[in-house]
Design a binder for this molecule. Structure first.
Ligand SMILES: Nc1ncnc2c1ncn2[C@@H]1O[C@H](COP(=O)(O)OP(=O)(O)OP(=O)(O)O)[C@@H](O)[C@H]1O
Length: 529
């Protein structure tokens, strides 16, 4: 099979919402195929036969009719192209949006590990290429109609000669079967390496200032060159296999076409068929060969599509939510039971147990790189513990401000409006914006804010959500010294009835704001006081 059963049903599922427009497209495609494959050779036969019989009137009628049909055919081609592009755009949009849902359901570890370039490539480039399924369908429909009708016309003109062409079909099938598996796996590798390269490219672009400061352009170019080698190799291999298949099948098709021409020529000499029939036969066979060639050249595309559909299916597969642990009833708001976590050999947490109560205000401290941010990511459910479990009590909400932070595309105001609507808290939003002095930032995009302003936006967004637990990583980083006390006071006011876990390097200056202290030692051990 060129395409697996699962992928075929995936293709049907993604096309289903567009069935009405697809029906119209397939109808237009079929009419075109019928017009060009039946009318063209038959008109040719009757035109030449009328000429050889000296029947000028029939010749003129036929010529006018053929011109009219040919013009109508071109108009059909125009509308078919527009309809096809419209469906491909809709499909691309739907696929990207559906993949976005799957993206937000993936474990954060995977997002962080593969990088945004990787997922940009998958959500945009692969979705666009998948929309090519529409072209494959129209090629198949057109090829099918042209071959069937062309074949019927050819059989009507001379069935003996037609047999010569049909003999080649099993051979073409064998070829398709042999090459399609290779193309499919090669396509999967091509898209995976392309997505990885986009991630490398993004990092290289993000390092602009670093590269300029240290004059590392050569090194950056080298890294980019290294990264692009694999996808280009995969693309070359793909083209090589597809081209080899197409060349072999075209050689055999031209042999078949030549033998038909010779056989028909002999039939004319023997007086078995008219010259008009010879022209019509060669026209019909030209079309059948064209259609078969079209069908055989679509096989590498189907095989490539099989690879793409496989990737799409795996990407959008529903996975058990790791947050399922939170369903388990916990006595405290948040409980850690013998939690262990490490990055490779680096142990971050070892056998850590802890209860977070409903009004705990916890300061998390420890030197650089001991694992404070990782600890908060585990509490928030963005990372999963490798040993033990973390349970959030039922119906308890958590709000976070963690690194790396980013708003959705749009201005700060648009983002706050969305949050206000979501949490039904426009009064709270207005108060936070005023108290944090964010009025001047409202019409600006988040990326264009100063680092301190960004930090204030993160705090406001975090506090806007009514929650039972607030988790903040370095809320005072980049905040000017005069404002620090105020901002801590503001967090204190907005989280009065909730538990708070906060990383702060200068926490010792504000010890009175906390009721408990967690100190990470760097060897997986944690002290709680
Ligand atoms: N995805 C990752 N893969 C491998 N190692 C990681 C990963 N993320 C973090 N680390 C490592 O784990 C350690 C803890 O990182 P983490 O960011 O949690 O530290 P931190 O205590 O918050 O540090 P800082 O105070 O400097 O912000 C560091 O040595 C870091 O290099």
């Amino acid at each position: 099979m060129i395409i697996s059963k699962e992928n075929l049903s995936t293709a049907a599922d993604i096309l289903k919402p567009h069935h009405k427009k697809l029906g119209l497209l397939f109808f237009l495609t079929a009419i075109q195929a019928v017009m060009f494959s039946a009318i063209d050779p038959l008109a040719m036969k009757f035109l030449i036969d009328a000429l050889s019989e000296g029947d000028v009137q029939t010749f003129i009628y036929l010529a006018v009719g053929v011109t009219f049909i040919a013009t109508f055919g071109r108009v059909l081609i125009y509308y078919t192209a527009l309809t096809s592009q419209k469906i491909k755009n809709d499909l691309h949009q739907n696929l990207t949006v559906e993949m976005a849902e799957s993206l937000y359901n993936k474990p954060y570890e995977e997002i962080a590990e593969k990088g945004r370039g990787y997922f940009t490539s998958r959500l945009h480039d692969e979705a666009r290429q998948l929309s090519g399924v529409v072209d494959v369908c129209t090629t198949l429909i057109s090829g099918f109609f042209v071959s069937v009708i062309g074949l019927s016309v050819a059989i009507w003109l001379s069935w003996e000669i037609t047999l010569a062409l049909v003999v080649i079909v099993p051979f073409l099938y064998f070829l398709a079967h042999r090459f399609s598996g290779k193309i499919s796996s090669c396509t999967e590798r091509l898209h995976e390496t392309e997505a990885q390269f986009k991630s490398i490219l993004n990092k290289a672009i993000d390092s602009f200032k670093y590269v300029k400061t240290h004059s590392l352009i050569n090194q950056a170019q080298h890294r980019i060159e290294e990264g692009i080698t694999e996808p280009l190799d995969a693309r070359y291999k793909n083209t090589k296999i597809a081209a080899m298949y197409q060349s072999i099948s075209s050689v055999f098709l031209s042999y078949a076409e030549l033998s038909v021409l010779i056989a028909a020529g002999i039939q004319v000499i023997l007086g078995a068929i008219t010259i008009g029939s010879l022209f019509a036969l060669t026209r019909a066979f030209g079309m059948i060969v064209g259609a078969v060639q079209q069908l055989s050249s679509v096989i590498p595309h189907i095989a490539a599509l099989n690879g793409l559909l496989e990737r799409y299916r795996v990407f959008t597969q529903k996975v058990e939510s790791p947050q399922g642990a939170s369903e388990i009833a916990a006595h405290s708001e948040l409980e850690l039971h013998n939690v262990g976590f490490s990055y490779g050999d680096k142990q971050i947490l070892k056998d850590v147990s802890l209860n977070v109560n409903h009004d705990d205000k916890i300061l998390i401290s420890g030197g650089n790189g001991v694992g404070k941010s990782t600890f908060l990511n585990l509490l928030a459910g963005f990372y999963q513990p490798q040993q033990g479990r973390i349970t959030l009590a039922k119906d308890k909400e958590m709000s976070t401000a963690l690194y790396p932070f980013q708003f959705l595309p749009g201005t700060v105001k648009e983002n706050f409006n969305t949050l206000s609507l979501k949490w039904d808290s426009s009064g709270r939003a207005e108060a936070l914006i005023n108290e944090l002095g964010l009025q001047e930032c409202l019409d600006v995009n988040y990326d264009d804010l100063s680092e301190g302003q960004k930090k204030k936006c993160q705090i406001a967004a975090c506090l806007l959500k009514p929650a039972n637990i607030y988790v903040l990583d370095e809320p005072l980083a980049n905040i000017d010294d005069q404002s620090k006390e105020n901002i801590l006071g503001l967090i204190e006011r907005y989280t009065k009835k909730a538990a708070v876990l906060m990383i702060m390097h200068e926490g010792n200056n504000f010890k009175d704001k906390f009721t408990r202290f967690i100190d990470l030692k760097g060897d997986g051990k944690v002290t709680v006081s």
